[in-house]
Design a protein around this ligand. Structure first.
Ligand SMILES: [Zn+2]
Ligand SMILES: [Zn+2]
Length: 277
C-alpha cells in the first residue's frame, strides 16, 4: 500500500472538455485519499481559429486561478492541491509568446507541456492523418508528431512534465495505431534522452480513450527510458470527471516498480518532490 497517492493531471469544468466543477473534483480526490492532486486545466493557444469553430477551447484563466487558489488554501493541511496548467505546445513563435505571457501572469505551480496539435488542429480531429482526402502513411504522420515533441522540449517557457507521450496512438486511424520502438526507435530515443538531459518528467497517463492499453507511453518506452537513465516519472489520470481520478494508478505503479522505478516525481514551483512508491 502506498503512503501517498499522486495524480498530477486533471481537468474540471474550467476546461472545455471537463465535466465536474473544480470543487467536486477536489472533494472526490480527497475522498480517494490523494495526497498530491494537480489541476492542469487546458490552455490551448495552439488551436487555430478554424478548429476553434469546431470546438471552442478558451479558458477563463482569471476565474480559474482565482477559484483554484482559494480552494488550495481551503485544502491546506489535508491535501496538497497544485494549481497548474496544461499548455498545448506549438512551434509558432507568436503562440509561444502567449504562453510566456500567461506563465508570467498566473505563475502556475506546475506545467504539463503537451503536443496535441499540428498546424492548429488537434490530432483527435484526425486532420493530421490525411492529405488530399487520403490516409497518410503512419510513419510520416507520426514522424510529424515526434518532431513536434522533440521541439517542445525546448519550449521557451518553464514547464515540468511531458504530457501523454505518444498521444497520436490514441487517434491514429490505422489498423495498428501503436508507436513501437521497432518503428520509431530513433524518434523515441531522441525525446527520452532530451527529457533526461533537461531534467524534465515523463508522464504516465491512463486516459486511453477506448482501451488501447494501460497507459501512455507503452511499457517498452518506459523500460527504454529507465535503461537510458530516466528516473523522473509522474502519474496522471487525465481525469475529466470525478470517476476517473487515480484511475488505473495501482496497475501503473506496479508496472513502474517492475521496471525498477522507486519513486514518482511531483513538481511544485520548480521544486521536485520524490514520492516513494
Ligand atoms: Zn492533453
Ligand atoms: Zn489533459
Amino acid at each position: 500500500m502506498e503512503k501517498f497517492l499522486t495524480d498530477l493531471h486533471s481537468h474540471s469544468a474550467f476546461s472545455f472538455d471537463g465535466v465536474n466543477a473544480l470543487s467536486e473534483m477536489l472533494e472526490s480526490a480527497l475522498e480517494k485519499g490523494v495526497a498530491f492532486y494537480g489541476v492542469s486545466e487546458h490552455v490551448d493557444f495552439d488551436i487555430c481559429p478554424e478548429a476553434q469553430l469546431v470546438r471552442k477551447q478558451e479558458i477563463d484563466a482569471e476565474a480559474y486561478f482565482h477559484t483554484a487558489r482559494h480552494l488550495q488554501e481551503d485544502y491546506a493541511g489535508c491535501m496538497n492541491v497544485l494549481v497548474g496548467a496544461e499548455f498545448g505546445y506549438s512551434d509558432d513563435r507568436a503562440i509561444q509568446e502567449k504562453y510566456i505571457a500567461f506563465y508570467r501572469r498566473y505563475q502556475p505551480d506546475f506545467v504539463v507541456n503537451s503536443v496535441h496539435s499540428k498546424d492548429g488542429w488537434d490530432f483527435s480531429l484526425k486532420r493530421a492523418f490525411y492529405e488530399d482526402g487520403r490516409l497518410r502513411d503512419k510513419k510520416e504522420a507520426y514522424a510529424d508528431y515526434f518532431r513536434l515533441v522533440q521541439k517542445s522540449l525546448d519550449a521557451p517557457y518553464p514547464y515540468d512534465i511531458i504530457g501523454h507521450f505518444t498521444y497520436v496512438v490514441r487517434y491514429g486511424p490505422y489498423e495498428n495505431p501503436s508507436a513501437s520502438l521497432a518503428e520509431f526507435g530513433a524518434e523515441i530515443d531522441g525525446v527520452l534522452k532530451g527529457i533526461i538531459e533537461r531534467e524534465k518528467i515523463l508522464e504516465t497517463n491512463t486516459s486511453m480513450h477506448g482501451g488501447k492499453g494501460l497507459a501512455l507511453p507503452a511499457r517498452e518506452i518506459l523500460e527504454r527510458y529507465f535503461a537510458l537513465g530516466g528516473r523522473a516519472v509522474s502519474f496522471g489520470s487525465d481525469a475529466h470527471t470525478t470517476a476517473r481520478i487515480v484511475e488505473r494508478r495501482t496497475e501503473v505503479v506496479s508496472l513502474l516498480k517492475e521496471i525498477g522505478f522507486t519513486y514518482i516525481t511531483v513538481p511544485c514551483k520548480g521544486e521536485r518532490i520524490k514520492v516513494e512508491i
